[in-house]
Write a protein that binds this ligand. Structure first.
Ligand code: NAD
Length: 256
């Protein structure tokens, strides 16, 4: 059980981050939720999670595009046994039309933030004598598609950062790994289904199989609960010798 452990999950007021936070809390961890907003509903999410799991969840606002706020998130949490670098954004355009500010924002949020949070968290893990770094990469951390240059560069980059973190902590009771999801059914993805049905004039099942999951051989979305379960496994004793690697949860995408 993760009782008494503090888990910080970046970008966790929705989607995969929230799903991971929920599974970590169900396993007993005190979770720190995060995003760049500071709304009542963000703090309410933490209160709900506490009530649901009997753990103490908090919400801390920090913008993962800003190096000092990344480090401040960890400092403000006060302790960090489990660090999940999940915050991420996407932008799609060919390289010669890709706006520089979008490139910079994606590299900052999807890659550099993990460097800053890891740098701030490792001393705390060393002090506690135990630690887990789990980076949320993507099938696009291992393979590419056109028009997603910044995202794919950042996701390949975070796989490299994961390996380096693992080597620098190899002789300590700390591990660092990356989860590489395929297409995950989040509220954002769910919301795209009606538009895709209209655009392709297909029913729900067909548009999901033929269009959205064209690269996912299982023809099923992965779920946020599965991401959370994989993360809990990486935090378990069974995974103590798993470090510096990637776990694909992608319905066979990267086997193709
Ligand atoms: P999402 O949009 O639901 O979640 C992204 C989270 O990051 C949100 O909580 C958002 O508030 C937060 N965020 C965005 N910018 C931020 C910033 N500047 N500072 C702090 N937080 C910020 O999307 P998601 O699908 O849950 O994605 C989560 C992660 O999983 C991302 O890294 C994404 O690349 C990765 N991923 C998603 C899929 C998928 O199919 N959904 C597949 C592979 C990888």
């Amino acid at each position: 059980s993760l009782n008494g452990k503090t888990a910080i999950v970046t970008g966790s007021n929705s989607g995969i981050g929230l799903g991971i936070a929920r599974e970590l809390a169900k396993a007993g961890a005190n979770v720190v939720l995060n995003s760049f907003t500071d709304r009542d509903e963000d703090h309410a999410l933490a209160a709900e999670l506490s009530e649901e799991t009997g753990t103490s969840a908090r919400y801390i606002k920090a913008d993962m595009s800003k190096p000092d706020e990344c480090r401040a998130l960890i400092e403000q949490a006060g302790t960090c046994d489990i660090l999940v670098n999940n915050a991420g954004i996407q932008y799609v355009a060919p390289i010669d039309k890709f706006p520089t500010e979008k490139w910079d924002a994606i590299i900052a949020i999807n890659l550099s933030s993990a460097f800053h949070t890891t740098a701030a968290a490792l001393p705390m893990m060393r002090k506690a004598g135990w630690g887990r770094v789990v980076n949320i990469a993507s099938a696009h951390g291992l393979t590419a598609s056109p028009y997603k240059s910044a995202y794919i560069a950042a996701k390949h980059g975070i796989v490299g950062l994961t390996k380096t973190t693992a080597l620098e902590t190899a002789e300590e009771p700390i591990t660092a790994n990356a989860i590489c999801p395929g297409y995950v059914l989040t509220p954002l993805v769910e919301a795209q289904i009606p538009d895709q049905m209209k655009a392709h004039n297909m029913d729900r099942d067909t548009v999901v199989r033929e269009v959205m999951l064209s690269r996912q051989p299982s023809k099923e979305f992965a779920t946020v609960e599965q991401m959370g379960g994989t993360c809990v496994f990486l935090c378990s004793d069974s995974a103590a010798q798993i470090t510096g690697t990637t776990i694909s949860v992608d319905g066979g995408w990267t086997a193709l």
